[in-house]
Ligand binder design. Structure first.
Ligand code: FMN
Length: 331
């Protein structure tokens, strides 16, 4: 048994109780309202984080950003915002709180250059003082807990100097109530392996708030190993849950086998939710994107993705999904 009762026991982020130790990572253009409903219904994560929402777009009342805040009946829900200006982040945090967020998360990890060139995402890791002003403005703006998701640093030399530990101390003083850490640097993007020793160092340094470990958890045993090796309070999973949306359940229910039928059912279930909540074209666009992730490494997956790409209506899509199921039957 791992200390802290992983994965079943609840944990707290300030006053917010998270019912278990598994967190669905924020994924841009994926962890929107339909996906969050889907992954919760499928069973597993105690907390699901929204996709990154630009605070600058929120304060302009841009329609896309406002739609990203849509949420009904999801508890607890964390909404993640990005930005590099304290005033915009404070207002963005207020808007998320008003839209029903139980937690507001600051993105200090996004490596995309269209985000960092505006001073947002992982660019904040280059400026401790600005990051402090951003975090403090958010903490002062809302009653709900403010959390941060960060990388291990901007580049290898910053990581080697251990500057992320200065950020951790700053978070504590500023009133941050949880930290998720993805221990690649910005320069690494998604290359190489996530260096979990960074998570272990963060756990040791952060005494005032829980540290959520993230990076390269693709199998149930990875989650247990991350907790054993780092002592993190919870495990956050991104790509692993896209390649296998049952991963959370497999961590909670050891021995659960995931069959091709179950994967096909997952694609169908997500498509129904997308159809329920989105316009038909948008639902089709999303299922093509996410359905492709769900079938990586699955027998018949390559053909399915090819067929999926060519679908231009729901009937064709349902045909492609059923063909994948039959392919499994024939295997
Ligand atoms: C398609 C995609 C979209 C992502 N979008 C976000 C985002 O909006 N906010 C964020 O903090 N991280 C984002 N990330 C990073 C993930 O949350 C996570 O930190 C990273 O994928 C490492 O975890 P994993 O190995 O479990 O995938 C994204 C990653 C991917 C692959």
């Amino acid at each position: 048994m791992i200390a802290g009762g992983f994965p079943h026991s609840p944990f707290r982020i300030g006053p917010v109780e998270v019912p278990n130790r598994l967190v669905m990572a924020p994924l841009y253009e994926i962890t929107d309202q339909p996906f969050r409903r889907f992954i919760r219904e499928l069973g597993g994560p105690g907390l699901v984080v929204s996709e990154m929402i630009s605070s600058e777009a929120l304060i302009r009342h841009a329609v896309k950003a406002e739609r990203m805040m849509a949420a009904t009946g999801e508890r607890p829900l964390s909404m993640q915002i990005s930005g590099g200006r304290p005033e915009a982040l404070a207002e963005g945090a207020r808007l998320c709180e008003a839209a029903g967020a139980d937690l507001v998360d600051l993105n200090m990890g996004c490596p995309a250059s269209n985000v960092t060139k505006g001073g947002a995402g992982s660019a904040l890791l280059k400026d401790l003082r600005l990051a402090e002003r951003c975090v403090t403005a958010m903490v002062q703006a809302v009653r709900v807990p403010v959390t941060v998701k960060m990388r291990a640093g901007w580049d290898a030399s910053q990581k080697a100097r251990g500057e992320f530990l200065d950020f951790l101390r700053m978070f504590e003083a500023a009133g941050v109530q949880a930290l998720a850490i993805h221990p690649r640097t910005r320069a690494q993007q998604y290359d190489g392996q996530a260096d979990w020793t960074v998570i272990a160092r963060a756990v040791e340094a952060a005494t005032a708030y829980p540290v959520i470990g993230n990076g390269d958890v693709n199998l149930p045993e990875d989650a247990f190993r991350m907790v054993r090796e780092t002592g993190c309070a919870a495990v956050m999973i991104g790509r692993g849950a896209l390649m296998n949306p049952y991963l959370f359940r497999q961590i909670l229910e050891p021995g659960l086998e995931v069959t091709l039928d179950m994967r096909v059912d997952a694609v169908l279930r997500l498509f129904r939710i997308l159809q329920d909540l989105l316009e038909p074209r948008e639902a089709l666009h999303k299922i093509k994107k996410i359905g492709a992730w769900f079938t990586k490494g699955v027998p018949g997956g390559h053909t399915f993705r090819h067929n999926l790409h060519a679908c231009d209506d729901a009937a064709a899509l349902l045909g492609a999904i059923e063909a994948l199921r039959r392919r499994g039957g024939a295997a």
